[in-house]
Each structure stands twice: as structure tokens, then as C-alpha cells.
Design a protein around this ligand. Sequence first.
Ligand SMILES: [Zn+2]
Length: 301
Amino acid sequence: MDRASAPSSRSRGPDAADAAVFADTGTSQAFIDVTKHRGLASLAGFPFEVRTSDSTREQARRLAERCAKAYSYLGDVLAFRPRCALVVLSRADWSERASNPAYVMPYCSGGNLFLHGEPSDLTAWLEEVAGSAPVAATRELDQIYGTGADRLAPFADMLVVHELAHAFHDGVPFVFPRSWLMELFADMALYAFVTAEEPDRRLHFETLPRVALEHGLLKPVARDLRYFEAFYPYIEPLTYVWYQFRFTMMAKGLVDAAGPNVLRRLWDAFALTDEQLAGVLGDRVQPAAGQWLASWDEVPR
Ligand SMILES: [Zn+2]
């Protein structure tokens, strides 16, 4: 969700090269920073690696099962399957391994999806927000989420699909021309997946964002898209959540109106493989520029 509690995988790649495993260069340029896996338990049986703290195996398996379904769904829609790994961490392991010690936001970096194996502070903050909502909002939230402790945990668990969507564009690799568009893409992927594969959970996914926006439950320090672009990802956490809720409702509007293929159209508008990039460089910059990628290894080092 927050790609940035950390430096991006791209900015970190070269420095980590000696420790990273370059994966399947024939089909994907993504690498996985395996230094983050050391000392963690491994769960087998998934189309990606799953690493977990000892104490969070059960949650890791639940997240991996949803992620495997989403991997297959998004792989079919986008005709691409990236290399990636799930890294599910306890609170104690998170502070040692994640780029930001705060146990708040899941994120994707270096081919790894960093996920919470225990209820995160983000979930606790959202519980607080929901718990102090006005009567009309409370009625709507209670109807969907009940009134028990950790009632928003199932909502937070769905965010794994948002992180997986980031692994897809990181894996080509390509970047969207605006950060907000990248985040909208991830929320579209999540909403399209829930609608297609877990329709009975759709209300669990969309009710909190809708009610929070309609009843003004969050108090963002800014609401301007240009603010988001200028300060992303260093945005106050609940303001960041407000923006994500806006993107979620935009994603819902788009997918409901145009169908899940709108996700593929957004992808096709910006995804640029190395071959396509070489074509653009050769056609639009300078003919020799089209050879830069191919001739990289021929130049004396
Ligand atoms: Zn995100």
C-alpha cells in the first residue's frame, strides 16, 4: 500500500546485486532481494516463495492462499506473471527487517511483499476511527463488520492483492507516469479481483472506504491530488489512507462501469517491455538509442 516506507526496488537494485537473486531473466526482469528471507520459515506449495516468522505461519498461509488466487487472476488479465515473494512478519521481526520499523503499512520492494502476520497498527487505527464514528456510520459499519474485536482484520487481509499488483508492474518493469495512477492501478487490481473471485467479500472491501468518505471519518491534512503527487510516499498515514480510499472508490466506479478489462487497458497504456522500450528509443530519440539495451554487454567495461 505504502510503497515507500522504503526506497524503491529500482533505486536499490544495483547496490544489492551481489546479494540478490536475479530471477528468470528470460521472462521477467524482476529480482528478489533474498537477503530479507534469511532465517525465516518457508511455506511450500505456492507459485511464489513464501517466507514467514515462526509465530505467523497460519496467517502467512491464509495470505498466500488469497495471493495465489490473485496471482492467477491478474496473471490471466495482464498476460504476465512476475517473480515475487511473500515475506510475512511478526511485529518483532518487522522492526528488524522492514525498511520502516513502524508496524503500519504493507509494501512491495525488491520483489518482496512485506506483509503483517499480526494485526497491524494501521488496523488498530482504523478500528479507532470506526469505533468513534457517528451513529449513522456506525450502523452501516456494524452491519457489515460486526462489533467484535479485530473486526477489520478481514479488510486489512485483502490488501495483499494491492501489494501483489505492485509486483506486477515492478516485474516488467515499468513505472506509471504519476504515483497516483500507480496506486489507482493497484486498487483497481484489488477491486477487480474481489469482484471476480471473492464476490461474497465485496461489501467487506468497499464498505469501510465508502462510509469513511461519506461520513468524513478521516481528517486528511490535504485532499489535493497534486499534494499526493508532490509528497508521495511521505504522507501522514491516515491522510494516505484517505487518498487510498478515494482511489478505491474510483477503482470501483471504473470497474463497475467498464468491466475488469479496464485494468488491462490501463496496463497496456503504459507497460513497456525492454523490446518496446528499445523501439521507442530508436524511433523517437535516435536510431542508435534503440540498441542501447541490446549492446550494453558489448561495450568494454
Ligand atoms: Zn500501493
